[in-house]
Ligand binder design. Structure first.
Ligand code: GTP
Ligand code: MG
Length: 420
């Protein structure tokens, strides 16, 4: 029932399938070759915009999302099946962050971003065979998928936002210019979550998405009333309609309060294309005079008598058009992080520690009983630049190196080669 616009979710890409270690045995052939196939890659967790969704409540109820694991490779060069991707539908305007900051800001139907990559597949002994080792007896293990804790937030995407003090008459106007039927009542904070409607459907003015934002009070930007929870939805509206109750004791002061809150939250909001609307005209004697105090171009309307509603609908269309022309085109933002997790080298007294999810994982996945696998790990670390960075950090031959919960002696490759 409720409207959820903030949620924490845990996502995990599928594990890559293990490579197979197999030797072909054929009758009447003296020696078969390695024929272990590669594993299949792990599936990704993908977020994709579905414009039919209005909030994040589904995710709130299903906070753990995992993609499929890759299958293991098998003999006769058969590769493992690929893990299936998991596509999670999210509403338009979903922003995704992890500890490292913004990951994706998904705007527009069909926008998608990979939020947890599947692990790479392990190679089978057939593809590991090379001039140095023609018949490898072992294969690679698949890599674990990425695992992330995500902060997911919705900032609704609308052309026009209706903003004003509580009880000003915003929801009433939304119900007049769109087919939306929000709750309307004679007390403040009737609207607790943003309502959306589409204006201009019947040909009056341009088609535009209008959001009715819960009322703002003085101090909203510092958390008063419903606070800035809803100001962030305002931030994505291209144009604003400032709704003022003409029957209030001081309409001009009300307008100032709303403007000041927008400005305090984000100075850029105060510069957005905006229209001032004085409503409840039916309740006052001289609405035009009161509206004049709201500045030039302020409209006079009444949600009850219907006065001025058609003019409002037309002006709204024009405002949305003007805002769309001046605003940047809305595009999804997807932040690309380095494909491989990076690492850092830290000195701890006499020893050196290498910290990085990728390298720690490689070490954790290596079978240290198997010299072939240890050799492969070494080559992988060299290729990743671990050895070079250790040397730069001052590590000398024989120094203790710690990666994850393993300790090693530093043996730079040049030395190993020299000995061989
Ligand atoms: N007489 C008169 N009453 C109005 C008019 N517009 C709204 N009202 C009344 O004012 C009250 C508040 O209207 P809403 O549309 O719920 O106001 P709101 O700005 O959405 O209020 P919140 O959601 O609480 O922020 C209701 O009792 C409406 O019937 C109007 O033009 N004339
Ligand atoms: Mg309302």
């Amino acid at each position: 029932m409720g409207f959820v616009d903030e949620v924490t979710v845990f996502v995990r890409g599928g594990r890559g399938g293990d490579g197979s270690s197999s030797i072909l045995h054929e009758p009447y052939k003296p020696r078969g070759g390695p024929d272990g196939g590669d594993g299949g890659r792990g599936g990704d967790v993908v977020f994709e915009v579905d414009p039919g969704l209005r909030d994040l409540s589904w995710l709130a109820d299903h906070p753990h999302q995992r993609a499929g694991n890759g299958g293991s490779g098998r003999g006769r060069n058969r590769s493992g099946a690929e893990g299936s991707d998991l596509v999670v539908k999210v509403p338009d305007g979903t922003r995704v962050e992890d500890e490292g900051g913004l990951l994706a800001d998904l705007v527009g139907a069909g926008s998608r971003a990979v939020v947890a990559r599947g692990g790479r597949a392990g190679r089978g002994n057939a593809s590991l065979a090379g001039p140095r080792n023609k018949v490898p007896r072992s294969a690679d293990a698949g890599e674990l998928g990425e695992e992330r804790r995500l902060s997911v937030e919705l900032r609704i995407v609308a052309d026009v936002g209706l903003v004003g003090l509580p009880n000003a008459g915003k929801s009433t106007l939304l119900s007049k210019i769109t087919a939306a039927r929000p709750k309307i009542a004679a007390y403040p904070f009737t609207t607790l979550t943003p309502n959306l409607g589409v204006a201009g459907v019947d040909g009056v003015g341009d088609r535009s998405v209008v959001a009715d934002i819960p009322g703002l009070v003085e101090g909203a930007h510092e958390g008063k009333g419903l606070g800035d929870r809803f100001l962030r939805h305002v931030s994505r509206c291209r144009a604003l309609v400032l709704v003022v109750d003409l029957s209030s004791p001081d309409p001009a002061a009300d307008l100032e309060t709303v403007r000041a809150e927008l400005e305090a939250y984000d100075p850029e909001l105060a510069r957005r294309p905006a229209l001032v609307v004085g409503t409840k005209a039916d309740l006052v004697d001289d609405p035009s005079r009161l509206a004049a105090a709201l500045g030039r171009g302020a409209l006079v309307v009444s949600g009850v008598s219907g006065q001025g509603v058609d003019v409002l609908a037309e002006r709204l269309g024009a405002l949305a058009r003007e805002a769309a022309a001046s605003a940047e085109e809305r595009r999804p933002v997807i932040v690309l992080r380095p494909a491989r997790p990076t690492f850092v080298v830290q000195r701890e007294g006499q020893r050196f520690r290498v910290i990085g999810r990728g390298v720690e994982r490689w070490v954790a996945e290596t079978d240290f009983e198997d010299p072939v696998k240890v050799g492969r790990l070494q080559r992988r670390l060299v290729k990743e630049g671990v050895e070079r960075r250790l040397a730069e950090a001052g590590a000398r031959k024989g120094d203790e190196i710690v990666i994850g919960d393993r300790a090693f002696d530093f043996q730079p490759e040049e030395d190993r080669r020299g000995k061989a």
